[in-house]
Design a binder for this molecule. Structure first.
Ligand code: FEO
Ligand code: CA
Ligand code: CA
Ligand code: CA
Length: 627
């Protein structure tokens, strides 16, 4: 199969196949003995009954909390929103950030020089920051589709070093000032805040791992610096006004000139191999050759803190938050002032994490150590509906020190017996109650194959379906509403499915109907009113298991009643990801990633245009808030 048609995960599994465990029978046995539990989960799938005990604050349930009429699924090459709403493009891949930079060229798709001064590709997490009367939008540019960015070349492959560098410059982040005129938002070209952060931008490594031997490389013998960030997926933001970019599938950019080169077991756990995904960065930058620089991959896989208000600031990689395929970083200020960060590791059978700062946040006080000095935990879910956070320490993991735990975090979590999950994507905390939600997007290996570390993936409470195609959203409430507590209670907010095609567990929970069904929840974000927005990154074939589900989409969920309603449908072959609001809450900004990833879209410009990932602004015709 052509690599361009397979996901990061699938490529990683082909290069690095999971070994069948000797005790594989155990998995099968566990799956059978837990079948009863699936029935139980579906029986309580009436979220209304469950939520009543879970969410005592029912004030919000008194009224219909959705201000819009549901829209139908579709497979159009367009954005569809409900009647009374307007959706407009704000900025697209390749749009220049400065007036002396060149406009996007549909024939060539630009070059390295134009791309380095233009908006990056494939939008994921993003956040609006107010700065005086200005609005600064920070956006992750997760990756680029090779067949699109090099679509001017034979077979959609790079032909020159400049092609490779163009692809590299499409990665990273874009910081832009945006402004609204006659309702319409657009980029403020030449704003002093406009900035590209790329895989070549200098960053500091902070926290327990800074200076460790495993981080020392030819490019930085001190182990305290790092060049660049890439494959930033979801995001977070802090109460002190910084942005958190989360490095996810960082592995596939490394390769070795000698394809027979064998990497260490530690690198293998993270999917590093002698083969990259086809970006070819090692051809133009030797630090991506793991046979020559085996510590380079240890300098990526972190959460990166960025100050959007200071375009000259140096981003900081926060090693205390662990190294894994970070989806997003949901920051909560606990009632006692501790900073708590919830994070998922998005790979089949990987884990869910919590970080708790040792220090206390005080507005206006010192904040620099809050994300570099703290405790790291991993989640263990029990089928009883209880769960606990297992602290990762040298004692619990058998590892030498916190530096090693923060670099080889997956290995530490396997050592303590954390629960293997169905690909934890975004985590979002309810703005008014101590409830946290996490999208578990899907996992075709559930109950079938162990994870990359050999941990079994039996069918269990939060991951109740074998070869899970549709995904679910798990939520938990910390004991005593204390985000630093050891224990929590969990349940499932929704099991996605297709009740039109299936009548068993694949039909989904009771709050899934033929009118609101979807697959593969990914982006999650609460608005200020306590509505949970759900974005999907799933199968858009609209056939077989997915018949009637159409393109990827965005839905709104009510945590109190369990009701879910479709709000937006994206263009062909896109994923809907990234969500933030203007400071007056009258605009929501939504990301459209990889439209036409398999060659069948011309969104947003139409005609013969190259498809381009873009941020869209959605507002109401009557000017009322949208969350
Ligand atoms: Fe980049 Fe897990 O999504
Ligand atoms: Ca995602
Ligand atoms: Ca996804
Ligand atoms: Ca994606």
């Amino acid at each position: 199969m052509d690599r361009k048609e397979i996901s990061f995960d699938d490529f990683d599994e082909i290069v690095n196949p999971a070994e069948e465990e000797n005790d594989f029978d155990q998995v099968v046995e566990a799956s059978i003995s837990r079948r009863g539990l699936i029935g139980g989960a579906l029986a309580f799938g009436s979220c209304a009954a469950l939520c009543t005990t879970f969410t005592p604050n029912l004030v919000e349930a008194a009224t219909n909390r959705f201000a819009f009429k549901a829209i139908a699924a579709n497979s159009l090459d367009a954005i569809t929103v409900p009647e009374g709403y307007i959706a407009e493009v704000v900025v697209r891949w390749g749009d220049p950030l400065w007036s002396d930079a060149t406009d996007f060229n549909h024939a060539t798709r630009g070059d390295a020089a134009s791309q380095s001064r233009a908006f990056g590709d494939n939008i994921d997490g993003m956040e609006v920051f107010a700065h005086g009367d200005k609005s600064l939008l920070v956006v992750n540019n997760e990756y680029t589709n090779r067949s699109i960015i090099w679509g001017n070349r034979t077979d959609g492959k790079s032909e020159t070093d400049d092609d490779v560098l163009k692809g590299k410059m499409a990665h990273g982040l874009s910081v832009i000032e945006i402004a609204q005129q006659d309702g319409k938002w657009s980029i403020v070209k030449d704003s002093p805040f406009n900035r590209r952060i790329t895989p070549d931008s200098e960053m500091d490594l902070t926290g327990p791992a800074a200076g460790h031997d495993l981080l020392k490389t030819a490019a930085d013998p001190t182990g305290t610096k790092s060049l660049g960030t890439w494959n930033n997926c979801g995001n977070g933001s802090t109460p002190w006004g910084t942005y958190l970019a989360c490095e996810e599938n960082f592995n596939g950019y490394f390769s070795a000139a000698d394809e027979d080169h064998k990497v260490s077991a530690e690198l293998k756990r993270y999917g590093i191999s002698s083969k990259d995904w086809g970006y070819g960065w090692a051809k133009v930058d030797e630090r991506f050759d793991v046979s020559k620089h085996p510590n380079e991959p240890n300098r990526v896989g972190y959460v990166v803190e960025i100050d959007p208000r200071d375009p000259n600031s140096t981003p900081k990689k926060r090693t205390a938050l662990g190294r894994f395929k970070h989806e997003n970083a949901e920051v909560v200020v606990n009632s006692d002032g501790h900073i708590v960060v919830y994070m998922g590791d998005d790979e089949r059978g990987e884990f869910l994490y919590r970080y708790v700062s040792n220090g206390i946040y005080a507005p206006g006080g010192e904040t620099d150590t809050l994300l570099e000095d703290g405790k790291l935990y991993v989640a263990k879910f029990h089928d009883s509906g209880a769960g606990e956070w297992l602290e990762l320490t040298p004692k619990t993991t058998g590892m030498a020190d916190m530096a090693e735990i923060c670099i080889h975090t997956r290995i530490a979590s396997s050592a303590v017996g954390a629960t293997t999950m169905d690909r934890p994507e975004w985590v979002s905390a309810h703005p008014h109650t101590a409830e946290i939600y996490c999208a578990l997007t899907n996992n075709k290996n559930r109950g079938i194959k162990p994870n990359a570390g050999g941990d079994l993936t039996p069918i269990d409470g939060p991951n109740p379906r074998e070869a899970n195609k549709f995904g679910q959203i798990v939520r938990w409430r910390p004991n005593g509403s204390d985000h630093t507590a050891k224990g929590f209670a969990w349940d499932l907010f929704v099991l996605a499915g297709n009740p039109k095609v299936h009548s068993d567990a694949k039909a989904g929970s009771k709050n899934i109907t033929p009118d609101n069904m979807f697959n593969s929840p990914d982006g999650l974000n609460f608005d200020s009113t306590g509505i949970l927005w759900i974005q999907t990154d799933g199968n858009y074939s609209n056939e077989k298991d997915f018949e009637g589900q159409g393109n990827n989409q965005m839905l709104a969920g009510d945590p109190v009643t369990g009701e879910i309603r479709r709000f937006l449908v994206g263009p062909k072959q896109c994923e809907v990801t990234g969500l933030t609001w203007s400071t007056d809450r009258r605009t929501m900004f939504v990301g459209i990633q990889h439209p036409g990833e398999r060659g069948d879209s011309h969104w947003p410009e139409g005609g013969d245009a190259v498809p381009r990932s873009a941020v869209i602004a959605i507002r109401r015709e009557d000017g009322q808030p949208v969350g």
